[in-house]
Design a protein. Structure first.
Length: 369
């Protein structure tokens, strides 16, 4: 009987220098053939050691070219993947050893808020979200709480720019956790529980985000010296909150941890105010309307007590929109109309009641100037 050939020894992990050199060759390639040859070198490397080398290149601010650092983040982001094919089919991240995964996560925590390049920072936020889609909360339990701590206005150790960065990373992370690909991975691989993941995201973030949003929105409306920064942070908080309305089990205080009815009452003045004075204000109120629509779609029974005020006041807001405001922000009328259509079509709501609220707003007409 012939003996099996001995297994080939595992390839040596690539060095940071060799990875950086190959990334630079990809950036500097003058033709598609040269670029393909350089990319083929990356593809031949074994998984072991490559993620660590890539994050070392990405961390090399000042010592490495920005284009090479950006490409290092892109290669790692695409290796982790965000699609069902990547997470369940090829499983690159699943094949990375646990200690190396730990090192990558620690490096991402260091880089996510401190990265000076905006281009690299955007891709880092997406990379964190891709990893969180796989690892949160089981292998990265403190991620969301850490981002919220950095984003808190009361935290004097992080400047407003880093607070904005933390909320942007949080927005992508919560959207990833709530996504279909995260659900499919856990269902097909049998790892973790979708319900537990969503519960952790809601428990870790919903109440702190709502409190931060209220504080930022009030400070922005007051017109103080930091009103501009606070308005931008209010937008970031609303972006991060938006996916939570779809994954929370209900809108009852038992599940969200606070009185969400009061939060929706705070939404209304922003939704029904005069035409937005800035692009940031316009984006802010569109996000709040989208949050309300998600809450109505996902939890119509819990949203029912807020239905009357929302339908009536949003209809009045539509009637009060002047033509120039519609031309300047056509998305706003579309989002308001979508909310009202959802209320009319919801099988749990009495159409007569919704139409009565709409009719009352129509008879009242636009408010007096």
């Amino acid at each position: 009987m012939a003996l099996a050939a001995p297994a080939a020894p595992p390839a040596a992990p690539p060095t940071v220098e060799s990875v950086y050199r190959t990334l630079c060759e990809c950036v500097d390639a003058g033709s598609a053939a040269e670029r393909a040859a350089a990319e083929a070198v990356l593809m031949r490397w074994e998984v072991a050691g490559l993620p660590t080398a890539l994050v070392r290149v990405a961390e090399g601010v000042g010592a490495a070219r920005e284009e090479a650092r950006l490409l290092a983040v892109l290669v790692l982001k695409n290796g982790v993947g965000s699609s069902v094919r990547k997470l369940v089919g090829t499983r690159e991240w699943e094949r990375v050893a646990g200690p190396e995964q730990d090192e990558v996560r620690r490096a991402l925590e260091r880089m996510a808020l401190a990265e000076p390049s905006e281009r690299v920072a955007v891709q880092l936020a997406l990379l964190v979200a891709n990893v969180a889609r796989v690892d949160y909360p089981d292998r990265w339990p403190h991620l969301v709480r850490g981002l919220l701590g950095a984003a808190a206005w009361a935290n004097g150790q992080t400047p407003p720019e880093q607070k904005d960065r933390a909320l942007r990373v949080l927005k992508h992370t919560l959207s990833a956790v709530a996504s279909r690909s995260a659900f499919m991975r856990q269902r097909l691989l049998g790892t973790g529980s979708v319900g537990n993941t969503h519960q952790a995201a809601v428990q870790d973030s919903f109440e702190p985000l709502a409190s931060e949003w209220e504080a930022h929105a009030a400070a922005a409306a007051s017109g103080g010296p930091d009103a501009g920064a606070r308005a931008g942070l209010a937008v970031r908080c609303a972006q991060a909150m938006r996916p939570l309305f779809a994954i929370v089990p209900s809108l009852q205080p038992l599940h969200v941890g606070f009185d969400i009815g009061r939060l929706f009452q705070t939404f209304l003045p922003h939704l029904t105010a005069a035409p937005a004075a800035s692009a940031v204000a316009a984006k802010h109120r569109r996000l709040l309307a989208e949050c309300a629509t998600l809450a109505l779609d996902s939890h119509p029974a819990d949203f029912a007590p807020m239905l009357g005020p929302f339908v009536r006041q949003l209809m009045e807001a539509i009637l009060a929109l002047p033509a120039d405001a519609l031309a300047a922000d056509p998305k706003w009328a579309l989002i308001l109309t979508r909310f009202l259509a959802r209320a009319l079509l919801c099988p749990l709501y009495d159409p007569a009641r919704v139409e009565e609220e709409l009719g009352g707003a129509s008879r009242a007409g636009p408010p007096s100037p």
